[in-house]
Write a protein that binds this ligand. Structure first.
Ligand code: URA
Length: 239
């Protein structure tokens, strides 16, 4: 990789700024000052120092976002702001959301540049478990729990057996959690519609074994720890 690209992608400035740092002799590679901005470095093995600081280049990055409503789960969009625009400490252009939440859905969304992890989590064969918290118009009851367990039939497919858990029922409204193993378009909303109920608010709270950090406010994000990344990667239930 070119030295100026690596520095810009690691957050040390714009391409123009880092070229200037290089030309002014502020950057060394393996102990030698390099003044050519198109100098090629081995980003895995070379030791690059800028202004006395060792440059840490990460090939893959993983963010946990508490997605707000009003943002589309995409890298670019002609009409709406995207979740990628919320990540303002990332300096490359290869970040994407792993999976989609509807524009009005909130909660746990992973953003990364790791295509292999995305494939693992999104492949329909892997049945990655996802847990949602929902506020539903209507009284959700024991019968609905059984219907979800049996597998809700939608127009185009039948959902796998899913776990519906009632948290609270009051004033004609229900608060529930639901665990599903596919990621069809509007799946949770359509499952409730199929039993005659309407989802008024939806938030994803877990994906595989990774829970949304309760300390992240809506719209906030942070990097995943190694331990969280393993939790996200390791558990894909084959049913
Ligand atoms: N199910 C839905 O209906 N919407 C989402 O955003 C996610 C799951």
């Amino acid at each position: 990789m070119r030295l100026d690209k690596l520095l810009a992608h690691s957050g040390y400035g714009t391409r123009k700024e880092v070229k200037s740092y290089i030309r002014h002799g502020l950057v060394s590679v393996n102990g030698k000052i390099v003044k050519k901005d198109d100098y090629h470095v081995d980003q895995k093995n070379d030791i690059i120092i800028i202004d006395d600081e060792i440059v840490k280049y990460e090939e893959f990055v993983y963010y946990m976002l508490n997605k707000p409503a009003g943002f589309v789960s995409a890298s670019t969009d002609a009409h709406y702001p995207t979740v990628v625009e919320l990540i303002d400490d990332y300096y490359r252009d290869d970040l994407f959301p792993i999976g989609r939440l509807d524009i009005d859905t909130e909660g746990l969304l992973i953003l990364s540049n790791d295509g292999q992890l995305a494939h693992q989590l999104l492949s329909p064969k892997n049945h990655c478990p996802k847990i949602y918290y929902a506020q539903v118009k209507g009284i959700v009851d024991e019968n609905d729990i059984q219907l979800f367990l049996q597998g809700i039939k939608l127009e185009d497919f039948t959902c796998l057996s899913s776990i519906l858990n009632i948290l609270k029922v009051a004033n004609g409204m229900s608060e529930v959690t639901v665990e599903i193993y596919e990621g069809k378009f509007h799946q949770v909303k359509r499952m409730f519609l199929a039993i005659g109920k309407e989802v008024l608010y939806l938030k994803r709270i877990q994906m595989n074994d990774l829970k949304l950090d309760k300390n992240l406010n809506i719209g906030e994000y942070r990097r995943l720890s190694d331990e969280e990344l393993n939790r996200l990667k390791n558990k894909s239930v084959i049913q």
